[in-house]
Design a protein around this ligand. Sequence first.
Ligand SMILES: NC(=O)C1=CN([C@@H]2O[C@H](COP(=O)(O)OP(=O)(O)OC[C@H]3O[C@@H](n4cnc5c(N)ncnc54)[C@H](OP(=O)(O)O)[C@@H]3O)[C@@H](O)[C@H]2O)C=CC1
Ligand SMILES: O=C(O)[C@@H]1CCC=N1
Length: 264
Amino acid sequence: MYQFGFIGMGNMGSAMLKGCLSVFPANTLAFSRKDAAKGEALSLETGAVWIDSNRTCAEQSRYIILAVKPQFYDGVLKEIQPVLDDSRIIISLAPSYSIADLKQSLGSSVRIVRAMPNTPAMVGEGMTGLSWSDDDFSESERTELMQFFTSFGKAETVPENLMDAVTAASGSSPAFIYMMIEALADGVVKYGMPRDKAYTFVSQAVLGSAKMVLETGEHPGLLKDNVCSPGGTTIAAVAELEASGFRSSLIKAASAVCDRCRNM
Ligand SMILES: NC(=O)C1=CN([C@@H]2O[C@H](COP(=O)(O)OP(=O)(O)OC[C@H]3O[C@@H](n4cnc5c(N)ncnc54)[C@H](OP(=O)(O)O)[C@@H]3O)[C@@H](O)[C@H]2O)C=CC1
Ligand SMILES: O=C(O)[C@@H]1CCC=N1
């Protein structure tokens, strides 16, 4: 019996798998995916076991992670439903499937953890929001699952009605941050900085700024003020960002994520 069985092993599944290998031995991890060549290659690379069938992967795993795109959910749920019993726990990553939707497909007694991770899990800096289906998880199951989710970053339980907001805050937001890193790098390449150096300088500034918010507990506005010298360089750029609608673009981006979660 495997401890964790991933059904689907694309961007998100492989980020979680690679992240959790720091804590869980590879031979306790299994996965199924469509592409056999990629399955065998990842198995060779990581030591995790590739299984040529979703149903067998579910049957042989205690915790079953649904890591396929939402459009493939219905097919996968039908495949694995017959092998689910009370000892299994489903971990679902799709933004658009509620715990109630999953129970309707899989049976009301199936225990479900709805999770919204993000791809920085691959480097151990993920952020996962979690909602649990019932109060009927044992203490050891909760501990083991938190051990899993914290093996690739931070994890916090949230009420399920906040899952759309979690999707915007940390599930989708890495894409926006990468866009910002790329654009800012373009801006300094324009002034002669080599591309690779530009990514290092900008990315380290993003990492350090995030760490300042997390570790000092200061309001982000105060941290921003501390960078802006009166009449200086930063405030000149802040004024440009405000004029271009920087903040309102990000607020609109978060709203777009939440709207899409509700209308997929
Ligand atoms: N990407 C992200 O940043 C995040 C994604 N998520 C959620 O995670 C889930 C997976 O997304 P993501 O990893 O990005 O998607 P990908 O498209 O990168 O990967 C999907 C995986 O599903 C596999 N697959 C497709 N159909 C089947 C099937 N019938 N049976 C078994 N495996 C199948 C594919 O196999 P193969 O490659 O072999 O063809 C692939 O490995 C989604 O629900 C998404 O919303 C949540 C948070 C963040
Ligand atoms: O774009 C998506 O639908 C998924 C969910 C969060 C990140 N990627």
